[in-house]
Design a protein around this ligand. Structure first.
Ligand code: ADP
Length: 217
């Protein structure tokens, strides 16, 4: 069973949903750097306030800050993980490799969820997120509006401050310029670990493809 997994993909490709699913099916801790940053921001910590300045504009938070929260997480939780939204730059990928190497460990699987831009835009314009558990829902599909109770934990649903057309344009540009090189880095250094999955299918179908790749051959 693979237990050190990185999940890459553009905004709204379903990284959070799939990571949650894997986490509950296989008891692998799910770490979303976006969610860790949003939680710092809600607590109003200095780190959260600094992160907000970047996330609200759709820009990446500086590598040093992200590396700091990931190192803290790894020190507390150990070496079984599914990272969602990390690494997002080549520097972060290099950091992760060396942190694992120092622990005589390495990644088991790198998953890329692929989604066309038209579908990304459609999903983002329709997306509501829970302020507490972070679950996301298509407003139309689930007949939900901002302020309604989260179907999972009953906390309020909101539109994220970066789920608007302007911030999305920036996030897509950032994905192309900074995260696509991470895919190239993994293709070059760990070609056997990288698996591409079509994320345009329904989430159960995407999960079934993922699950096949999680189990050791
Ligand atoms: P999405 O995948 O929909 O963009 P995330 O919750 O993963 O949403 O990330 C939200 C925001 O948090 C990003 O746009 C970015 O500003 C910040 N962020 C999350 N992860 C990272 C990271 N690894 N490096 C830098 N910034 C990050």
């Amino acid at each position: 069973m693979k237990k050190r997994i990185v999940l890459l993909g553009p905004p709204a490709s379903g990284k959070g949903t799939q990571a949650d699913h894997i986490s509950s099916a296989y008891a692998i801790p799910h770490v979303s750097t976006g969610a860790l940053l949003r939680s710092e921001s809600e607590k109003g910590t200095p780190l959260g306030r600094e992160a907000d300045m970047w996330t609200s504009k759709g820009q990446l938070v500086p590598d040093d800050l992200v590396v700091r929260i990931v190192s803290l997480w790894m020190a507390e939780h150990g070496q079984s993980f599914i990272f969602d939204g990390f690494p997002r730059t080549v520097r972060q990928a290099v950091y992760l490799d060396s942190a694992l190497k120092a622990l005589h460990s390495s990644l088991d699987l790198i998953v890329l969820l692929e989604l066309p831009e038209s579908e990304i835009r459609r999903r983002i314009s329709d997306r509501l997120s829970c302020i507490k558990c972070g679950a996301t829902f298509g407003a139309t599909l689930h007949d939900l509006s901002a302020g309604d109770a989260c179907p999972r934990c009953a906390s309020p649903l909101v539109r994220r401050n970066d789920d608007n057309a302007e911030a999305l344009d920036k996030r897509l540009e950032v994905f192309r310029n900074q995260t696509e090189p991470v895919i190239a880095y993994y293709e070059e250094n760990f070609p056997k670990l990288l698996c591409r999955i079509n994320a345009a299918h329904g989430s159960d179908e995407v999960f079934a493809s993922l699950a096949r790749n999680l189990v050791d051959a």
